[in-house]
Design a protein around this ligand. Structure first.
Ligand code: ADP
Ligand code: MG
Length: 593
């Protein structure tokens, strides 16, 4: 008995420090890697990919709790290696400690098979190109002998009765349907990240996912998440500072209620990263409504030594060497990808001249160039009109030198614009709001350097951690136009702020900035994006309201401004600006096609 310990402690823990038995140690270690059936599927898919497989079939029963079988056509395992594969810390991928800091493969710890056989029955069947096929079974410390079998080149791994002898773990598994849904997500994510690999997923004998024959990423996205999405997907292909960002994303007119359609990977390894999610949200900030999320499948290729993948037991999180660069690149690439492609109005490449026609009956029809086949038989006047180089999207309409377009205001709220085989219905308020917002953004960018002294200095209380960050970030704040000083042991005083900030709650902004800097030292915030709400409000107030009859000149000016505006997808609150209705769609609606 040890003196000084309470009695309950001594009865409960009769011995003091002691070593755990091997069985318990194995189970604890396995628990880190294998949380549920989906973790097994993930590890086994990674092994197949490391073996160079181009086709992976995943078959599961009862949400994977009862049985998981993964078959691949990869390089296989040598007969002499078979007894090593299920051993803990046995790997063919890592040779020395140095390799750990430059990992090229999905696996590297030699943990998966070793962990699986301590929580379930494991059977491996495999064949390499030159040696006969063999199989081995493993359960806990028991290894079967290696038997020769017949098996095509590649590997089949079977895992059954997960957590059978660990009832406490089994109890925490969810229903078969839920466990299967996690497996499904894993397979789907790999299948989007690696479009050149075929994935097939079956549950209780039923095929539920099959990506065979589709090697284009956007096509896979539409296969899994809806055909109608295809026309809304924009490719991402962006090089910056030795990194290559590749993938696709939805244009801002398509958003989701959560982040389930955001698939992120680094060197094709699926990862979870709240940091990257934030960067994506920032890229879409003034394009989509608050609390909505874009679809994005994004892979970042970077030198293996710039990313640490050995920071999470299930390898789901990574650490970047140059976090700020990654964070800052994402909003940039999102914006520039929008300017590089505009999918929904691709067909507008019609020549146009300008003329104007007017009619009565409550609606005004303005025609630039009366068409022979026009159904409107109104007087047409030719007016001089500056020819816009582009209509709505700089990238797509570059070739337009002249075009023919007509417009009409309806319900004093919408503008119908037609040109060639395309028709758009625009929301006059939303369009004007976007035009003004972009203008205000430019203006405030120009006035960024102007300082605004505060009439009454603002004192901000800080927690000790943020105060330390503040001292570190003071020069950066000064370079952004915030004149600040420390004031007492945990307070700062703000004497002047950048002119663009006067309307904002700069106290809230400063606290947010310091929080952000704690996570990412040396991150330079974009002040313009930060003051989005203020600019949005100003644009909304100044924009033409719905319900206002617009004069010919006003409409013309608005359309022209819109044509030249850098952003055409949504209003700053994320509402759509227009819907398009091509001649083909009309023909389909009226069954002419
Ligand atoms: P790791 O992937 O970290 O090396 P694992 O326990 O997942 O560890 O696998 C152990 C070893 O078994 C791997 O290094 C590899 O040599 C071999 N292996 C496992 N699965 C496969 C497979 N599907 N194809 C070829 N070899 C495999
Ligand atoms: Mg592995």
């Amino acid at each position: 008995m040890r003196a000084g310990y309470p009695e309950w402690y001594l009865t409960r823990y009769s011995r003091m420090i002691h070593l755990l038995d091997a069985k318990t140690i194995h189970k604890i270690a396995a628990g880190e890697v294998i949380e549920r059936p989906a973790s097994i599927v993930k590890e086994l898919i990674e092994n197949s990919l490391d073996a160079g497989a181009s086709r992976i079939v995943v078959e599961v029963e009862s949400g994977g709790k009862k049985h998981i079988r993964i078959t691949d056509n990869g390089s296989g395992i040598l007969p002499e290696d078979m007894p090593l594969a299920p051993l803990p810390h046995a790997t063919s991928k890592l040779q020395t400690l140095d390799d750990l800091f430059c990992i090229q493969s999905f696996g590297f710890r030699g943990e998966a098979l070793g962990s699986i056989c301590h929580v379930a029955h494991l059977k491996i069947q495999s064949k390499t190109a030159l040696f006969p096929a063999t199989q081995i079974s493993a359960y806990q410390d028991h290894l079967s002998s290696v038997e020769t079998i017949s098996h095509p080149q590649g590997t089949t791994i079977e895992v059954s009765d997960l957590f059978l002898d660990i009832p406490v773990r089994h109890k925490f598994l969810k229903s078969d349907a839920t466990e299967f849904s996690y497996i499904h997500d894993n397979v789907l994510h790999f299948s989007l990240i690696l479009p050149h690999v075929e994935f097939i997923l079956k549950h209780n004998g039923k095929e539920l996912l099959n990506s065979s024959g589709i090697t284009d990423q956007k096509q896979r996205v539409s296969l899994f998440w809806g055909k109608e999405l295809f026309s809304k997907l924009i490719s991402i292909d962006f090089h910056l500072l030795g990194m290559h960002f590749r993938g696709c994303m939805s244009d801002p007119t398509y958003t989701c209620s959560n982040r389930s359609k955001q698939i992120l990977s680094v060197n094709q390894r699926p990862i979870k990263s709240s940091l990257l999610q934030k960067a994506i949200q920032l890229g879409f900030k003034d394009l989509i409504p608050a609390n909505r999320f874009p679809l994005i499948v994004l892979d970042i290729q970077m030198p293996a030594e710039n990313v640490d993948v050995n920071v999470h037991p299930q390898k789901q999180e990574v650490r970047f060497l140059y976090t700020n660069q990654v964070f800052e690149a994402i909003p940039k690439l999102i914006q520039s990808s929008f300017n590089g492609g505009f999918s929904s109005m691709d067909s507008l490449n019609i020549p146009f001249e300008q003329r104007i026609g007017v009619q009565s009956q409550g609606a005004v029809i303005h025609t630039f160039e009366g068409r022979e086949e026009s159904s409107f038989s109104y007087p047409v006047t030719k007016i001089p009109y500056a020819i816009p180089e582009t209509l709505f999207s700089p990238a797509t309409f570059q070739e337009i030198k002249t075009s023919h377009f007509e417009f009409l205001q309806i319900y004093d709220t919408y503008l119908i614009v037609t040109a060639g085989h395309e028709t758009w219905i625009l929301d006059q308020h939303a369009v004007h709001e976007r035009v003004l917002y972009e203008k205000f953004k430019d203006q405030s960018a120009m006035s960024k350097s102007i300082l605004q002294p505060l009439l009454v200095s603002e004192i901000i209380d800080l927690k000790p951690d943020l105060f330390a960050i503040y001292l570190e970030q003071k020069p950066l704040l000064a370079s952004l136009g915030f004149e600040t000083e420390e004031f007492g042991p945990a307070q700062l005083v703000v004497r002047s702020v950048p002119a663009v900030f006067t309307l904002l709650d700069m106290k809230e902004w400063l606290l947010h900035f310091l929080d952000q800097s704690k996570e990412m030292p040396a991150y330079t915030p974009d002040l313009i994006v930060q003051q989005k709400e203020t600019l949005q409000m100003a644009a909304c107030k100044a924009a033409i309201k719905a319900g206002k009859k617009m004069s010919l000149a006003e409409t013309k000016e608005l359309l022209q401004d819109f044509i030249h505006s850098p952003s055409h997808y949504t209003c700053p609150h994320g509402r759509p600006l227009f819907v398009s209705l091509g001649k083909t769609e009309l023909e389909k609606l009226f069954l002419r096609r």
